[in-house]
Design a protein around this ligand. Sequence first.
Ligand code: XLS
Ligand code: NI
Ligand code: NI
Length: 437
Amino acid sequence: MSFFPEISKIKYEGADSKNPLAFRHYNPDEVVEGKTMKEHLRFAVCYWHTFRGTGSDPFGPGCAVRPWEDGTDSLEMALKRVDVAFEFIEKLDVPFYCFHDRDVSPEGKNLAETNKNLDAVAAKLKAAQARTGIKLLWGTANLFSNPRFVHGASTSCNADVFAYAGAQVKKALEVTKELGGENYVFWGGREGYMNLLNTNLRREFDHLAKFLHMAVDYAKKIGFTGQFLIEPKPKEPTTHQYDSDCAACTAFLKTYDLDKYFKLNIETNHATLAGHTMYHELTYASSYGMLGSIDANRGDLLLGWDTDQFPTNLYETAQVMLVVLGQKGIGSGGLNFDAKVRRESFEPVDLFHAHIGGMDAFAHGLKIAAAIRKDGVLNDFVKTRYATWDTGVGAEIESGKATFETLEKYMLAKGEADKNVSGRQEMLENIINRYMK
Ligand code: XLS
Ligand code: NI
Ligand code: NI
């Protein structure tokens, strides 16, 4: 039985194709800088938006047309949805998917029944993975939707809620391992606060760290070797999310001795909500060896919230790929489309248009980034800009030989610093525009 009967496998047709259901840039086997596009980009479809999104918003209910849905959150429906998901992912030729425990299976009347439901769906996911070759990029646990998480999960003021969350993540780790997941993600959910008048901030941070240490210990115990990732986000749902941006996450991880176990899963819309560009967040993380994976989407700068739109901006995708190529690949991470179609795009075919556009935007961005790198335009400029650090006083400072006394002696003899050179921002922006084709 087919759930998308009018759609056949999406193929690469080249940049001149006018077929909206074809790739114009994503050519999985095309080699760029010694690796295929498929290997570079490691795309993933996310289960929550694509197979559980209904298009509801605060002003009205869902209006998405999904003919396979029976309107229930039953186990039977969850099992059927696995077939929908794998047909969709196969037709798109995407190698990975990602899920929260509660996306794939319904909550039961107690934890034992909830876990049983998850086991039943996981068995079917495992079979579907074996049949199709599609792999799990990462698993995660939904520690934010159920009302028990109203005050957060590991940062809740209610210790029982921490305990429930621990049990839930234990199970999610087991399932992620069983499905060969290459990473495990912690997105903060409701880990944060709305108001300091009722919040013990330090105690909550300590609890969050305890929770993550327990996850690390349990992963070791069961032999889960996937990469742990934290996904920064500054606001929404809480006013102050604890994992607000890459710098805050890195500081937190170092403070609590967790940095060797974690990297970051960086999302474009979260970067912009934090008042940064994605380029900044990726560059920061990559510089410290913390860039682990990417949630590929975009926000709407005219709105102020996490709109999770599909990426279309070539400047942004080229910048992302510049950072990824610069660190020789995304490792065990990938580009997960944590993105949803607009409420107005309610037909199943829109899910295809959205992913095709996102995949093409990144494949195109990859080609642009590779061309910029091939010509060395940015690297050469930056290298020259810092040339004073390669010899003389600069080299002495970097190697740790210099002190304030030696610097004073040097400058007293010299009298004045050598003159500065222009940063040439506009020239560089013009050069980058030459590659945007
Ligand atoms: C929400 C997050 C979420 C994570 C997974 O804003 O982006 O979707 O990626 O929990
Ligand atoms: Ni988001
Ligand atoms: Ni995300």
